[in-house]
Ligand binder design. Structure first.
Ligand code: AP5
Length: 222
């Protein structure tokens, strides 16, 4: 099974993707996380991606597709895959359609998470993450036990470099211009597009996603 999580910055793709991957024992491929890790480690990919990410722009398709293809080929075929933050442009979606059959897969469903812009801005302004554990918190909705410190790693939480208000505004523009058209792309494909109200508690969103996927894909048999 291959499921794509689509939606604007801050809507909860990472949060829902992590919960879903754990519950279903699927692999999760989150391009934003992979790029931030490459940046943190100072690799050539991280260096190339940094300028785009910090400005709220998309990293060039060629770099992203090569990174995803390499990861995908290394994933065990028997496990489902959840894409989070990929594809984000039509060329990326077309590349995925070419690459998946080579590894015996296809896109089975697209989950579209939606929420009003004011909700996205509030969630992003409250987001903090731990570079060490990778865990994401929210000062308003999901705070750590001790303010500013990761519960797992015990080290300070940080604000993402692209979470400042001007960059967030640009990321939303880029989403509307380049990523939202993928809804039409997938609606014209065989994969169902499952629209989920992302403006609910994390648990309620997860329940809606699970119900929609169960109805569309009969996950009980995966
Ligand atoms: P990426 O990391 O993918 O960022 P994004 O798509 O902008 O999404 P976010 O990570 O901001 O939000 P999310 O939807 O995952 O929300 P989250 O669960 O964290 O990409 C970053 C950059 O990398 C891009 O701008 C680009 O430069 C580059 N990039 C990545 N992929 C690329 C690609 N394919 N092509 C080209 N460039 C690419 O939740 C947000 C906050 O809200 C958290 O604090 C969370 O705790 C909280 N929260 C979540 N759900 C709820 C809820 N239901 N109620 C209350 N709070 C909630």
């Amino acid at each position: 099974m291959v499921v794509i999580l689509l939606g604007p910055p801050g809507v909860g793709k990472g949060t829902q993707g992590a919960m879903l991957a754990e519950a279903l024992e699927w692999d999760r491929l989150a391009t934003g996380d992979l790029l931030r890790e490459a940046k943190r480690r100072g690799t050539e990919l991280g260096r190339q991606a940094a300028t785009y990410m910090d400005a709220g722009e998309l990293v060039p398709d060629s770099l992203i597709v090569a990174m995803v293809q390499e990861r995908l080929e290394a994933m065990p075929a028997r496990r489902g895959v959840l894409f989070d933050g990929f594809p984000r442009t039509e060329p990326q979606a077309q590349a995925l359609d070419r690459v998946l059959p080579e590894v015996g897969r296809q896109v089975d469903a697209v989950v579209l998470l939606e929420a009003p812009d004011e909700v996205l801005h509030k969630r992003i302004s409250g987001r903090r993450h731990s570079p060490e554990s990778g865990r994401v918190y929210n000062v308003y909705f999901d705070p750590p036990e001790q303010e500013g410190i990761c519960d797992e790693a015990g080290t300070p939480l940080v604000h993402r470099e692209d979470d400042h208000p001007e960059t967030v505004a640009r990321r939303l523009e880029v989403y509307r211009e380049l990523t939202e058209p993928l809804v039409d792309y997938y609606e014209a494909s065989d994969a169902p597009v499952l629209r989920i109200d992302g403006d609910q508690t994390m648990e309620a969103v997860q329940a809606s996603v699970r119900q929609a996927l169960d109805e569309a894909l009969d996950l009980g048999e995966t």
